[in-house]
Design a protein around this ligand. Structure first.
Ligand code: NAD
Length: 279
């Protein structure tokens, strides 16, 4: 049996940081050896998620955390991710980043770190969402545009943007198969005297309420039949387990920038736009 991958969690006290810790504690492929949290040093990582202590405490210095690990998983903020990527490159540590909102300079900095170490980045770490995108690509390219496409996404009441990045990614897949940019085809919600539905349009609708983690439904409605594809995330563990799957794969790769496209060996088209927020 191969030794467990030594894992460091950065942004450990954040919503996703805690989801990663909880998932990693139950995953024999990993041993959590270090964690970084700016919320305060000295707290046992397992107690952060309500488990018995494992003797690994959070630190507020980044370099020792990186030095201790084979792989780092981080969900933080772009400027900090870039600093972390540089450190990983310096210390030969693989990095899985799920942070979103990188600008092009920050994206270039990640790319440059990936010249020295394997780096994995995905704006949506859910394996299910990425397979939904791939499935939609397959379906849409064969259906043709006789089918009216409507995307409906639902999220918790705290979400501050609409539509979700994933809904836009789904729309982009549909628009691509129609040979036009999504902006030229999207109808965001409908109200008033809209007139008849024009062919080829892509309806996008956002539902907000309660604590829904994330639902995406694509309805492809023809004259005589309807095809539906969808995905529901029940909890943040959907993203955390995807990040762990990426880390287990990444530590065996050569330096380079990888995403879900490579991890899942998806054919055709690009994976999700790498600068967009998830959900
Ligand atoms: P959060 O606010 O709950 O946690 C962020 C953590 O990062 C906090 O612990 C915070 O202290 C830490 N952090 C932020 N800036 C820092 C800095 N300068 N130095 C040190 N620590 C810093 O947020 P979250 O919901 O966990 O999301 C974090 C990121 O992950 C966001 O960009 C979000 O969009 C993204 N996200 C991605 C996916 C995905 O599947 N790729 C899923 C969920 C969230």
């Amino acid at each position: 049996m191969t030794a467990a991958t030594r894992l460091a969690v950065v942004g450990a006290a954040g919503r996703m940081g805690r989801a990663v810790i909880a998932a990693a504690l139950d995953d024999a492929r990993f041993e959590i050896v270090a964690a970084h949290s700016r919320e305060g040093a000295g707290q046992d990582v397992a107690t952060l998620v309500g488990r018995p202590p494992i003797g690994v405490v959070t630190r507020d210095a980044l370099a020792p955390v990186v030095q201790a690990a084979d792989a780092v998983i981080e969900f933080t903020r772009p400027a900090f991710s870039v600093e972390l990527a540089r450190l990983c490159a310096e210390h030969g540590c693989a990095l899985v980043s799920g942070t979103t909102g990188f600008d092009s300079a920050q994206h270039a900095a990640l790319q440059s770190a990936a010249g020295q170490v394997p780096l994995f980045w995905a704006p949506n770490m859910s394996v299910g969402v990425n397979l939904l995108l791939a499935a939609l690509r397959q379906v849409a390219s064969r259906l043709g545009d006789d089918y009216d496409a409507e995307i409906i996404e639902s999220h918790h009441r705290h979400k501050v943007d609409a539509p979700s990045g994933t809904a836009i990614a789904l729309g982009e897949v549909l628009a691509e198969t129609r040979g036009q940019p999504l902006d030229a085809l999207a109808d965001h919600g409908r109200a008033g005297r809209t007139g008849e539905r024009a062919p080829g349009r892509i309806g996008i609708h956002s539902v907000r309420g309660g604590e829904i983690v994330g639902e995406h439904d694509v309805r492809l409605i023809g004259a005589d039949e309807e095809l539906r594809l969808g995905h529901t995330a029940f909890r943040r563990g959907a993203f955390a387990t995807g990040a762990l799957r990426a880390a287990a794969w990444l530590v065996r790769q050569e330096p380079g920038l990888y995403g879900m496209h490579e991890l899942l060996a998806l054919d055709g088209g690009s994976h999700m736009d790498t600068r967009r927020a998830p959900q």
